[in-house]
Write a protein that binds this ligand. Structure first.
Ligand code: ADP
Ligand code: MG
Length: 575
């Protein structure tokens, strides 16, 4: 029991405002008890049942009735302790407040106890305490919440809204405690399951739809401690502040100034009217903050808020500007580009990507940009798959061609584009009786492993149809006399080995001839890193435009990405 002097200094107020506040207090008690697994079961939006099950340290049998007494806590003893408190609880108020307005059954067992203890409390009165069979840990069941406080009941929002608030509470706790497994159910249905995980993965799960690549590590010193956490990429911004999470010593807090500080770090990167998402954790000396200023402990007072503000702006800014910000563009139509592809394509729109090319497989950037076009009016026609007119601009990073499209910036993956061009050329030539060959000035001997030698012997006709002229030459060697006339960007012997490897089963493609064709195109194509002249850039764009399916390479990756003017304007905050 806290003595009177201490109890009087503790911020009083209503802790149990709604079901979500009960969940918050119970989960925090479980965390304070060092639980490694916490299950929250909700029925009837929390009014029928809130059950929190943990595997933490439990309560010694003799202390169980005390836990329901006001100002009884195992977490502080003296007023000075408040200065250093790192537990969530310290007032001994939650259990009595909850019990005062509901029916509570608490079952608990400390690790060394022979049996568990169960207490039943109705409207604050402990009606029964006794031994009970249960595993280590604590289960608190709250039923008939607010049964004796109809006024409080009246202020509740819709069941859906109350449930959303409970989910938010659980998510916040999960975000700051990746070492704990959390489970949340609503009326028996699983609404969240977060197995213990690395901190970045847990945050990615809760903040960025599971994509770790969309998080930028933020770190830095702050007055009295350190800051660590993750800022989501600017393109993960939301129309509201629902993705903003701040924690002080793992405690979720509301702080308008600190939130503003982080938003200032994002200045210019997120359009006006959108809000960045982040999960930032301050770890500070408990003496530099006052946690005892808000009844629900949602606010803390900082000793040096203005310096903290500056530190937060700086840390966020440095992290964002220091990271290779990959622009992810949301769904939007690009003028001149066809409705696009992918698993999200609505019925009636033929996918341009093969089925298996999920956005993840296509690469986050490519997919989002290409997917963008899928809503374009008019649906799918063969014409719509043609590239719009493109004006070559240049080459970027020796990897991408840059072009101007109708009212848009267009980037082309030079390797993927060339692969597509060569592949269609090889197919067309094969259909017409064979790919033209180009004789080598000096025939080349190529050493092969025995199984590959056999493949050459068995598939000479196929190799020939693709323009390879090969003859057996000794027991381990073949003689390469001619190559496909593609101006290949590979050494002849290397290309032959790759082609035969494809016959043997390496690489993509259903049947061996298909694999052989793909491998020949792939390994003849210009690579990332090859510098191209202006003429070559123009020629490759023209060749790509002439293909039947210019938008993908046969690996299912996009060849072309378009950014409409509107998106550029958003990036530069124009108009
Ligand atoms: P506080 O958390 O502020 O101490 P509470 O009313 O929330 O006050 O809880 C009272 C006491 O009951 C705690 O100090 C703790 O000793 C004990 N307690 C409550 N819940 C748990 C739990 N899940 N596991 C172990 N002990 C608990
Ligand atoms: Mg507590």
């Amino acid at each position: 029991m806290l003595d009177r002097a201490v109890a009087e200094r503790i911020a009083a107020g209503e802790v149990v405002e709604r079901p979500a506040s009960v969940v918050k207090e119970l989960v925090e008690n479980s965390l304070d008890a060092q639980a490694r697994s916490i299950t929250v079961e909700i029925e009837g939006a929390g009014l029928r049942l809130i059950r929190v099950v943990d595997d933490g340290g439990g309560i010694p049998a003799a202390d169980v009735p005390l836990a329901f007494a006001r100002f009884a806590t195992s977490k502080i003893v003296r007023l000075e302790d408040l200065e250093v408190v790192r537990t969530f609880g310290f007032r001994g108020e939650a259990l009595p407040s909850i019990a005062a307005t509901s029916h509570v059954t608490l079952t608990t067992r400390a690790p060394d106890a022979e049996t568990a203890t169960r207490a039943v409390v109705v409207a604050g009165v402990v009606t029964r305490v006794g031994p009970h069979g249960a595993p280590e840990g604590t289960t608190v069941e709250v039923t008939r919440l607010f049964f004796n406080t109809p006024a409080r009941m009246k202020f509740l929002k819709s069941p859906t809204r109350e449930q959303a608030l409970i989910a938010e509470t659980a998510q916040r706790a999960a975000m700051a405690h990746p070492e704990v497994t959390f489970r949340l159910t609503f009326d028996g249905r699983e609404a969240g399951f977060w197995p213990r995980a690395a901190a970045d993965l847990r945050v990615a799960e809760l903040l960025a739809a599971g994509s770790r690549d969309d998080l930028i590590l933020v770190e830095g010193p702050v007055p009295g401690g350190t800051l660590a956490g993750w800022a989501a990429q600017p393109e993960r911004s939301r129309p509201n502040r629902s993705g903003q999470h701040l924690f002080v010593n793992l405690r979720p807090i509301h702080s308008v100034p600190l939130r503003r500080a982080v938003e200032q770090g994002y200045a210019q990167l997120v359009p006006v009217g959108r809000f960045p998402a982040f999960a930032l954790l301050l770890d500070v000396d408990p003496a530099s903050i006052d946690v005892n200023i808000h009844p629900r402990k949602l606010e803390v007072r900082f000793r040096d808020e203005s310096r903290l503000f500056g530190a937060l702006v700086r840390a966020t800014r440095d992290a964002l500007l220091g990271s290779p910000l990959i622009r992810q563009v949301g769904a939007f139509p690009v003028p001149g580009f066809p409705p696009s592809p992918g698993p999200l394509a609505p019925a009636g729109v033929a996918p341009l990507l093969p089925e298996e090319a999920s956005p993840a497989a296509a690469g986050a950037l490519g997919s989002s940009l290409i997917l963008a076009a899928r809503e374009a009016p008019g649906g799918y026609t063969p014409e719509a798959r043609k590239l719009p007119p493109l004006r070559p601009v240049g080459q970027l990073l020796a990897t991408y061609l840059v072009a101007e499209g109708p009212d848009s910036l267009v980037l082309i993956d030079q390797h993927a584009a060339h692969e597509r061009v060569l592949y269609e050329r090889l197919l067309a030539a094969r259909r017409k009786g064979g790919v033209a060959s180009q004789g080598l000035a000096v025939p080349l001997t190529v050493d092969l492993e025995p199984s590959h030698l056999e493949l050459v012997a068995g598939h000479r006709d196929w190799l020939e149809s693709l323009g390879f002229a090969v003859e057996p030459f000794g027991t381990r060697t073949v003689l390469l006399r001619a190559m496909p006339a593609l101006v290949p960007h590979a050494q002849p012997d290397d290309l032959l080995r790759r082609a035969i490897g494809a016959l043997a089963g390496d690489g993509e493609g259903e049947d061996p001839l298909e694999r052989l064709t793909i491998a020949t195109a792939c390994h003849s194509a210009i690579r990332a890193g090859d510098r191209l002249t202006a003429d070559a850039i123009g020629a490759l764009i023209a060749d790509l435009a002439a293909t039947e399916d210019p938008y993908t390479c046969f690996h299912g990756r996009p060849t072309v990405i378009a950014v409409p003017r509107g998106m550029l304007e958003r990036w530069f905050l124009r108009g």
